[in-house]
Design a protein around this ligand. Sequence first.
Ligand code: TXA
Ligand code: MG
Length: 355
Amino acid sequence: MKTELIQIKEEDLQTTKGQRKLDAAAALLQKGEVVAFPTETVYGLGADGMHAESSKKIYEAKGRPSDNPLILHIAEFEQLSGIACDISDNAWKIMKAFWPGPMTIILKKKPEVPKETTGGLDTVAIRMPNHPVARELILKANLPIAAPSANRSGRPSPTLARHVMEDMNGRIPMILDGGKVGIGIESTIIDMTGENPVILRPGYITPEMIDQVVAGVSIDPAILGGPMAANLKPKAPGMKYRHYAPSGDMTLVEGEPEKVISKINALASEKREEGYRVGIIGTDENILAYQADVIISMGSRKDPENIAANLYGTLREMDERGVQFIFSESVGEEKFYGAIRNRILKAAGYQVLKV
Ligand code: TXA
Ligand code: MG
């Protein structure tokens, strides 16, 4: 299969040419084909979420286990009535507060949503993205679009169309290239099948922000990581997989900055002496202090948005540059940093050294 890469910027949406590009993408979706598209979080791998055959094509292209459910993407509140039921007042409050935006809600599913889309569950994950290309595409296709992140299973999520091409070339007919995504890590998932919000995956929308809308927020204990969580089964099935991972063996080093820098340099020099190619992931504040084969800064510690936007690209670059061992700084847990830390921990397979 030949994969077409179509450039489409936000301003193209006002032109006939831009609209024709989207028409072509929407027509593919209506025929049951898979199209990758940009969202504000990461690129998605979309198909008609209401037909089992289309959802199956997503799992095939991604190489994903079929018990790992997909998120249905909608553009308007009217689309909800066809896919979810028993929606509580608190669930409505959450949706009204955070949509369109980087928030996925878990609700009870309508029978019309195929089990192939929800991985056999009787609940369904739903998100209304605010990226203009995603919104227009969903409106044109006039379907709930099932879309996981557009990476091959186990790879870091794509934040550029080039990343999607690396993983999906020859496997899907079309990729819409809307440039670099804004946020760079996946949406916050909130389970609203009970009265109170339960966070199943941390993201840009933090527990503090949710608490302002509906009090009594809790976090699924299985996603907090560390040895304690090893035998807990996460409520979001996807959170159990080793995700976001580069090919190189990655270790996080945490502690006081000076100690972190000297430990990372010591580990890097040890591995280089053994003949390995070594990469270091740091932050602007410390980056000049490192020695290794590949050294990349995720951005400034004062700017978590920037770190999130660069994280997956940095992990992919370590792969591209053939790095075998990666030593990385970590980040804290306050507010949005918690979501970033969750992704870094997973990339490192929870290998953490405290100094
Ligand atoms: O930001 C995002 O959410 C991106 C963009 C493309 O929208 N999508 C994304 O999809 O990250 P994916 O498939 O990579 O992650 C979806 C997560 C998985 O961990 C999955 O297990 C969980 O959502 N999930 C889906 N349906 C669920 C359900 N009914 N109950 C609990 N977890 C569910
Ligand atoms: Mg994913």
